[in-house]
Design a protein around this ligand. Structure first.
Ligand code: PHE
Length: 369
């Protein structure tokens, strides 16, 4: 099917593109999922498997997605169909692009719910509500949030609205500008929290936990989990990097850019480990507590440690910033597709896509209510 509109956006600079791509890669995967997977999979064994998968599988696929996207210069469906046709292959390859768009669409519906948890926890940490609470009442606070459809819906709505607003504004003025503001802030906050940990203890233990090789724990399951996580954390396999590649000009060096994105994504995941585990260890908490690691274990520590309100608020701001620069990338391919393939403008495409995703998110949050 033909493309409706002629102009196609372009990143304003390769620096802007790098930040947007790093923004997409660095997200809940780095700050929420990576640390708890490390905790559940026995520490350094997972880290080793993950580094291996990132270098050998993630890096080449990332370059390939950008190459395909830059060659096609369209939404992932048309890009796949056009590139395949120009190589004498069937246009049905467009289905691969469509399945990627659908994947991003579905991921965003729950990603936004969890982004909403982080937003909610900024307000909890910022108002000092963890101070003086014991572990049971902090766990009860988390359970109460999960049990309240109203609370979950409100924060999911706020998160989705922020995402839609940025995407609706456009590729350069919305997505690129947001990444340029939020990514440096994220780096500064991470630096402050890790610095605080260096001074306040538990750091040596966390470094040993993350980096002392223990190959006995390197099982097939750990390898598989690491491989899945490599795809998730680099935002690959979802048409997103194809969409981002479609806004690229010829002058950008893709190998160098991919190296920067992969290194920054990995450094930030490891730094998130150094932001979280020292606090866990110095407060005698369990590193293997699963998805509740940052929403239960960390708040217990924030409630009892000096500067807990400030560090806690910074921490939840950090994770929210990371989540927003990823959620906008999850919405972009669908909006690019609707904008190019239907008569709808970018604004209307954004409203339609985000409303459907919002509804799916509400269905998801009601399911674990
Ligand atoms: N890479 C993001 C993260 O680590 C998540 C994501 C996955 C974003 C797939 C886009 C596509 O949180």
């Amino acid at each position: 099917m033909a493309i409706n509109k002629q102009e196609h956006a372009q990143w304003s600079s390769s620096f802007g593109f790098v930040l947007a791509a790093v923004g997409s890669a660095v997200g809940l995967g780095n700050i929420w999922k990576f640390p708890y997977m490390v905790g559940e999979s026995g520490g350094s064994a997972f880290v080793i498997a993950y580094l291996f998968c990132i270098a050998l599988v993630g890096f080449p696929i990332l370059v390939a997605e950008w190459l395909i996207g830059r060659r096609g210069q369209k939404n992932p469906v048309n890009t796949f169909a056009d590139v395949a046709a120009s190589e004498g292959k069937s246009r049905s390859w467009g289905i691969i692009g469509a399945s990627g768009i659908l994947g991003g669409f579905l991921i965003l519906s729950f990603y936004s719910v969890i982004g909403g948890w982080a937003l909610n926890y900024i307000t909890k940490a910022g108002t000092g509500s963890f101070i003086g609470q014991d572990s049971d009442s902090i766990a009860a606070t988390f359970d109460a949030m999960l049990a309240s459809a109203g609370t979950l819906t409100i924060w999911h709505t706020v998160f989705m609205a922020i995402t839609a607003l940025i995407v609706g504004i456009g590729v350069t003025k919305g997505i690129e500008t947001t990444a340029k503001v939020l990514m440096p802030l994220l780096g500064v906050i991470l630096f402050v929290i890790v610095g605080y940990n260096v001074i306040n203890g538990g750091f040596g233990e966390a470094v040993a936990y993350l980096f002392t090789p223990d190959l006995s724990k390197l099982t097939g399951d750990v390898m598989l989990a690491a491989l899945g996580h490599a795809f998730f954390t680099l935002s690959i396999g979802m048409g997103i990097m194809i969409a981002y590649g479609s806004y690229l000009g010829r002058e950008v060096n893709l190998l160098k850019t991919a190296r920067t994105v992969v290194i920054l994504d990995t450094v930030i995941a490891l730094a998130a480990g150094l932001a979280i585990f020292p606090i866990i260890f110095s407060n005698g908490l369990d590193p293997a507590s699963g998805p509740g690691l940052i929403f239960v274990s960390l708040p217990i520590a924030f409630g009892s440690m000096g500067a807990g309100t400030i560090i806690g608020t910074l921490f939840f701001l950090l994770i929210t910033f990371a989540a927003i620069t990823s959620s906008i990338s999850l919405l972009e391919p669908t909006v690019e597709f609707l904008e190019e393939r239907t008569p709808m403008s970018r604004t209307v495409s954004t409203i339609v896509a985000s409303t459907v995703i919002w509804l799916l998110g509400v269905a998801a949050l009601l399911s674990f209510n």
